[in-house]
Design a protein around this ligand. Structure first.
Ligand SMILES: Cc1cc2nc3c(=O)[nH]c(=O)nc-3n(C[C@H](O)[C@H](O)[C@H](O)COP(=O)(O)O)c2cc1C
Ligand code: SF4
Length: 487
């Protein structure tokens, strides 16, 4: 993982925890009505944002381990939990949860029932639905040059041989070149495919399936949202953030010339059309929100004033909540090892998304709060009261309360802190905040995510391994859910 050069070490602070009575009076523990008619009551303004735990089957189906994971969060009874990024297409995606076909419904229904039961009906459950484009693993050099590269006339020109030379000889010549020579022969995308693995972009409109995204995606998102409703989720979160398709439409790197890129209006057009298709499918009485970025955190990427424009536009359209993250892009990701795919949280923009305890003068806690406040203020200036969710390094009560008091968000999202201690909400609510296990922000969990290994937290995954009936990780070394809080 990338880290700022300063390498200043930070530790999460407990701050002053409230008594039970203070918690009851606080902004954080006040209810909030979500949805066009306020039909979805959040019992409090706390939120567990989406976190992929890599526990679905290879076919994307809910497993007992997934049920355990969400049951454990539900036992702490936050205001809402957002289920991990779940694929809307009916295509193999490894152990990522999927919702692209009715066969996924029985598992998802069990999931909603599990959370409802474990929280006693207290916690609302949303599901994040995602589309992503193809990304390949970084190939071995010889394999790429011998099998994947399509030999073009310009390659032949550049290596200065006759066009009639057999292809095998051309490939052999390319393999024999040094990298300095090869970079002169390949074009930019071919060089990237060799160094990082080939990655599609929304601007690859010479490819029919990319050109057709605006025709295809509204229906796919709408079908997925319809299934989410059928499965009993309280709402859907459209994934318009990080490195994935919809965020790439919003990004200033989107230079499509077909009306779906370039200008601000062009970039927001597909996100609006996807929302409209989803709304048509699920109706006005169902919660539809989105997650988007306050900034791409890339040179030349989307900035906060643009995000504020998009958020206001989506809110005006009738989005029921907007959850605000930042960064997490492929464009500045680290070069993966051969055989691995690039991972969008390994560069500076990835750091902004999940900052760790080694940081710069700004520190890892609340880096997204000022921009999130700016986006929320733009929504309010447009005369709209759409709730926003602020996240990023929140771990103690005072911080979360301040976010709400200062207008940086209407809801406080705690991702890694909830993973470190799923009982955070119950402990703070009941005046026992001093028993909270604070996150270290070392990103051990995120490193597991990066390798598509079952995500756990270093603070509890070796604890009480003798406990009867606990599920263990595939490597047999770690427990998969946090031990119960002994009240
Ligand atoms: C293991 C892990 C998996 C994540 N998966 C997702 C995801 O599926 N969708 C998403 O929008 N964000 C995802 N995130 C980002 C978090 O939702 C959150 O924005 C980020 O961790 C910053 O919040 P925090 O400082 O409270 O952890 C993930 C984070 C972690 C640590
Ligand atoms: S592994 Fe646990 S302590 Fe470390 S960053 Fe993740 S949640 Fe926090």
């Amino acid at each position: 993982m990338w880290r700022p050069a300063e390498r200043i070490k930070y530790a999460a602070e407990p701050g002053r925890w409230p008594t039970r009575e203070e918690a009851k009076q606080s902004l954080l523990f006040q209810p909030l009505a979500l949805g066009r008619n306020g039909q979805c009551r959040l019992n409090e303004r706390t939120w567990v944002p989406a976190m992929v735990p890599w526990r679905a089957t290879e076919d994307g189906i809910v497993t007992p381990d997934i049920l355990d994971w969400y049951r454990r969060f539900a036992q702490g009874r936050p205001g809402a939990i957002v289920v991990e990024a779940t694929g809307i297409r009916d295509i193999p995606s490894g152990p990522l949860l999927r919702i692209g076909h009715d066969r996924f419904l029985p598992g998802l229904r069990t999931l909603t029932e599990t959370v409802r039961k474990a929280s006693g009906g207290y916690t609302r459950l949303f599901i994040q639905i995602i589309d992503f484009l193809s990304i390949r693993r970084r190939p071995k050099r010889e394999r790429y040059l011998n099998e994947f590269l399509r030999i073009q006339p310009y390659h032949i020109d550049k290596i200065n041989v006759s066009q009639s030379v057999p292809e095998a000889k051309i490939r052999a010549a390319l393999v024999d070149m040094s990298d300095d020579e090869l970079i002169e022969v390949l074009d930019e995308r071919e060089w990237e495919a060799l160094q990082y693995g080939a990655r599609e972009r929304v601007t690859d409109t010479e490819l029919a399936h990319i050109r057709d995204l605006p025709r295809k995606l509204p229906g796919l998102f709408a079908d997925a949202a319809g299934r989410a409703r059928e499965a009993g989720f309280d709402g859907v979160e459209l994934h318009y953030a990080h490195a994935y398709t919809m965020a790439s439409f919003l990004s200033s790197l989107n230079t499509r010339e077909d009306g779906y890129g370039g200008s601000l209006e062009g970039r927001v057009r597909l996100p609006v059309e996807v929302f409209e298709a989803v709304r048509d499918r699920v109706g006005d009485d169902y919660v539809v929100g989105c997650r988007m970025l306050t900034e791409d955190c890339l040179n030349g990427g989307m900035e906060t004033d643009e995000a504020a424009f998009f958020a206001s536009r989506l809110a005006a359209q009738g989005m029921d909540f907007i959850s605000l993250s930042r960064g997490g892009k492929f464009e500045d990701a680290k070069q993966p090892k051969v055989g691995w795919a690039a991972y969008p949280y390994t560069g500076p923009s990835g750091y902004e998304c999940m900052p760790s305890y080694y940081s710069d003068a700004k520190g890892p806690f609340g880096r997204n709060l000022q921009p999130a406040g700016q986006v929320r203020a733009a929504i309010r200036s447009a005369g709209l009261d759409t709730p926003t969710v602020a996240v990023g390094g929140l771990h103690n009560f005072e911080q979360a309360e301040r976010v709400l008091a200062d207008g940086e968000g209407d809801i406080a999202g705690l991702a890694r802190q909830a993973l470190a201690d799923p009982d955070w909400f119950e402990k703070v609510r009941s005046g026992r905040g001093d028993e909270v296990r604070l996150c270290l922000y070392t990103n051990y969990c995120e490193a597991l995510d990066q390798r598509h290994r079952q995500v756990t937290c270093e603070l509890w995954d070796r604890e009480n391994l003798q406990e009867k009936g606990i599920a263990m990780s595939r490597d047999g070394k770690r427990r998969l859910v946090a031990p119960r809080w002994k009240k």
